[in-house]
Design a protein around this ligand. Structure first.
Ligand SMILES: Nc1ncnc2c1ncn2[C@@H]1O[C@H](COP(=O)(O)OP(=O)(O)OP(=O)(O)O)[C@@H](O)[C@H]1O
Length: 545
């Protein structure tokens, strides 16, 4: 069937469904099967997309039905249809780009990849004896509890990983890599969405600290994907999750790297990758279905030098068994050579075969023609919106009772819909002496700068506690990570800094104001009440409304 004849087929079917004509400021698009509408919305502009007929998806998430428009703001997306659809788009005069493309071979390649991952999931369950495994004990949450300090991978970022003795029953552990703007995050969303639609619960991991789709910039994060996360509304934003708990059923595990620059703290970055990998192993070890569902790791666009080394480290840290390379032959070739060499050496070693790792599959995928480059100012504003969404959530319509005085016709008060933010952030006043601001550094510090209880160690990452006399307006607008009370307790007992830097954080605050005269600071917090702890990790991420 040619594209135009299939388009007319959809148009005929849509006409038979009696769709009302579009209003003046709306453009209508009839999409043939396996085509997509690409939309680029500039900063500060929004549009509504209405699905008038058929079905369509945004990075794998189903579009809401006709009566509920999908609102998109300052973003670049593609709305794809497998079977054809009719879409109405509002505010078209303000959009940068809006066109339909049937060059969607990459989408077909992505769904084929998903099918291969599904086969691995089925195989993993079958290996465990027909599925289900022993789930009699509730699976442990995705958390960062230390394993009594015996885990060799926790601390030293330079050590080499060993895979667990057996990979029996292990589902796909996918790593997506490629240059910046090659479509990695979009594909990660697609693969997670398709898996969730089939009842899987993959863990989505984002190790791109420059712009993390699961948390604020400056973080590494992982979350067990639940159906409520996979909506066109959240998939149409730069961060899939919003708010302190992600706004979804499942709590993300978030590490504070503290910078958008991945070259700033290589040891810290690698240590956090290692710990995240171990935390995920612990989470999956008690849950056969989750283990079979596997993990999907999105990486940064850094693929040269340190970036390449990070990819190799991530492959080890997350026991990756599938590497997807998007649109970059050279990276594909380099990884192929590395994997071949490493695993040939391992295969020929005298280690018992049960302790040998499985060679990861390396798959090259095309970059979608729709993926567009984001210039630095677009990226900056995306990052800022992620942070804003963390504190304020999305704008939602809330039912409001109309007061009786406003009902001029004497009828009973009726309800009206008023837009409001999902969360109500508040300001917390703290004195300089109440807070403990810690800065992570690569440099080995003199003992005088360390907390009294801290032991100077050979750890390449050190924690510097900023004396209250040095707190100044330079911290105004700084984003701070709030340490978990449990991590603080372990740190204070042991003086070991890694209890703070390789622990999931409780959340984030932003320093709204520093008043050096009164020795106080105002912290913007996403929710009312005191903070879980006043041990706060400083980085170099700043945010101003
Ligand atoms: N088919 C498509 N049509 C239009 N826009 C798309 C399409 N696929 C992805 N995009 C958009 O292109 C931009 C880049 O895609 P994406 O974020 O997935 O790339 P990335 O490789 O993860 O980038 P980076 O590593 O730099 O974060 C995003 O704004 C994304 O929404």
């Amino acid at each position: 069937m040619s594209s135009s004849s299939s388009t007319s087929g959809i148009a005929d079917a849509a006409a038979a469904a009696n769709i009302p004509p579009p209003s003046d400021d709306v453009s209508r698009h009839t999409l043939s099967p396996e085509s997509e509408l690409r939309i680029e919305i500039p900063n500060g502009v929004s549009c509504n997309v209405y699905l008038r007929f058929g079905s369509a998806e945004l990075f794998g998430a189903e579009l809401p039905p006709n009566d509920r428009p999908l609102r998109l703001t300052s973003t670049k997306v593609a709305i794809f249809t497998w079977h054809g659809c009719v879409l109405d788009v509002s505010n078209v005069d303000k959009l940068d780009i809006l066109y339909v493309s049937d060059e969607t071979d990459s989408n077909v390649a992505y769904v084929n990849t998903h099918a291969q991952l599904e086969a691995m999931r089925d195989e993993a369950l079958a290996t465990m004896g027909g599925g289900g495994g022993d789930n009699s004990n509730a699976p442990p949450p995705l958390n960062d509890e230390e394993d009594n300090g015996n885990n060799k991978n926790n601390n030293n970022s330079n050590e080499k990983f060993d895979a667990p003795a057996s990979s029996r029953g292990r589902g796909p552990r996918v790593l997506l890599c490629g240059p910046a703007d090659s479509g990695k995050s979009s594909l990660a969303r697609v693969l997670a969405a398709y898996a969730v639609k089939l009842g899987r619960t993959p863990i989505l991991v984002d190790i791109d600290a420059s712009q993390n789709m699961l948390s604020v910039p400056g973080t590494l994060a992982a979350v067990s994907v639940t159906p409520d996360m996979v909506t066109a509304e959240s998939y149409g934003t730069p961060s899939v999750m919003g708010g302190p708990s992600g706004g979804a059923g499942s709590m993300p595990l978030v590490f504070w790297y503290g910078s958008q620059d991945l070259t700033a703290h290589p040891d810290l970055y690698k240590a956090q990758l290692s710990r995240l990998g171990n935390a995920i192993d612990e989470r999956l070890s008690g849950d056969a279905d989750a283990n079979a569902s596997g993990i999907i790791v999105n990486t940064s666009g850094m693929i040269e030098d340190a970036g390449y080394q990070y990819l190799l480290h991530a492959i080890d840290a997350f026991r990756i068994n599938v590497v997807l390379v998007l649109g970059h032959d050279r990276l594909y070739s380099m990884l192929g050579t590395h994997i071949k060499k490493t695993f040939e050496e391992e295969d020929s070693s005298s280690a018992p075969s049960s302790s040998k790792r499985r060679r990861p599959k390396l798959i090259k995928l095309p970059r979608s023609g729709g993926v567009s480059e984001r210039d630095p100012s677009f990226r900056r504003s995306s990052r800022s919106r992620c942070i804003r969404r963390y504190f304020y959530g999305d704008v939602i319509a809330q039912q409001q009772a109309r007061s009786s005085s406003s009902a001029t016709d004497g009828s009973a008060p009726a309800a009206s819909m008023a837009p409001r933010h999902q969360f109500s952030p508040c300001l917390i006043e703290a004195s300089f002496t109440d807070v403990r601001l810690h800065r992570l550094t690569n440099v080995s510090l003199s003992a005088s700068l360390l907390p009294i209880s801290a032991k100077q160690s050979t750890d390449p990452i050190q924690l510097e506690t900023i004396p209250s006399s040095e707190i100044s307006t330079r911290y105004q607008h700084a984003m701070l990570a709030v340490c978990h009370p449990g991590a603080v307790e372990r740190y204070e007992e042991s003086g070991v800094a890694r209890y703070l830097y390789v622990s999931g954080v409780a959340g984030f605050v932003v320093v709204e104001r520093v008043d050096a005269d009164s020795g106080t600071m105002s912290l913007l917090s996403p929710c009312a009440g005191s903070l879980p702890s006043f041990h706060l990790l400083v980085g170099d991420v700043f945010w101003m409304e």
